[in-house]
Design a protein around this ligand. Sequence first.
Ligand SMILES: Cc1cc2nc3c(=O)[nH]c(=O)nc-3n(C[C@H](O)[C@H](O)[C@H](O)COP(=O)(O)OP(=O)(O)OC[C@H]3O[C@@H](n4cnc5c(N)ncnc54)[C@H](O)[C@@H]3O)c2cc1C
Length: 91
Amino acid sequence: PHKMLDPANGPLIAVRLNILTRKTLGGLQTDLESRVLGSDGEPVQGLYAVGEAAGFGGGGVHGYAALEGTFLGGCIFSGRSAGRAAARSVG
Ligand SMILES: Cc1cc2nc3c(=O)[nH]c(=O)nc-3n(C[C@H](O)[C@H](O)[C@H](O)COP(=O)(O)OP(=O)(O)OC[C@H]3O[C@@H](n4cnc5c(N)ncnc54)[C@H](O)[C@@H]3O)c2cc1C
């Protein structure tokens, strides 16, 4: 609401920012067992992705318009799916 550079409104204050990413909005494409899909759409053997690495709060389990606060659940759920699938794959 006032002129920033007017000395009468000083002093200016510098703030150091640390930038972090909060959501990936992308990531590795996975199936319902959290297996990473290759460019041919087939699972890459032995490769799983969960959480934000699978994109948008666990592979987008809540959809593209997911509400704030719904990411952690999807991340944990995709980790569970991957763990179960990995355990099954080794008998
Ligand atoms: C400020 C903020 C507020 C949020 N609030 C909410 C909320 O209220 N509700 C909600 O549902 N979601 C919230 N989220 C989103 C949610 O926290 C994330 O979606 C979730 O934590 C992602 O989990 P993740 O396991 O995929 O990744 P992360 O929690 O980021 O875990 C990745 C881990 O990998 C480790 N790592 C990275 N590189 C390497 C490496 N080379 N070797 C070994 N380890 C490595 C990192 O140190 C980290 O511990 C918030 C996120 C932020 C940033």
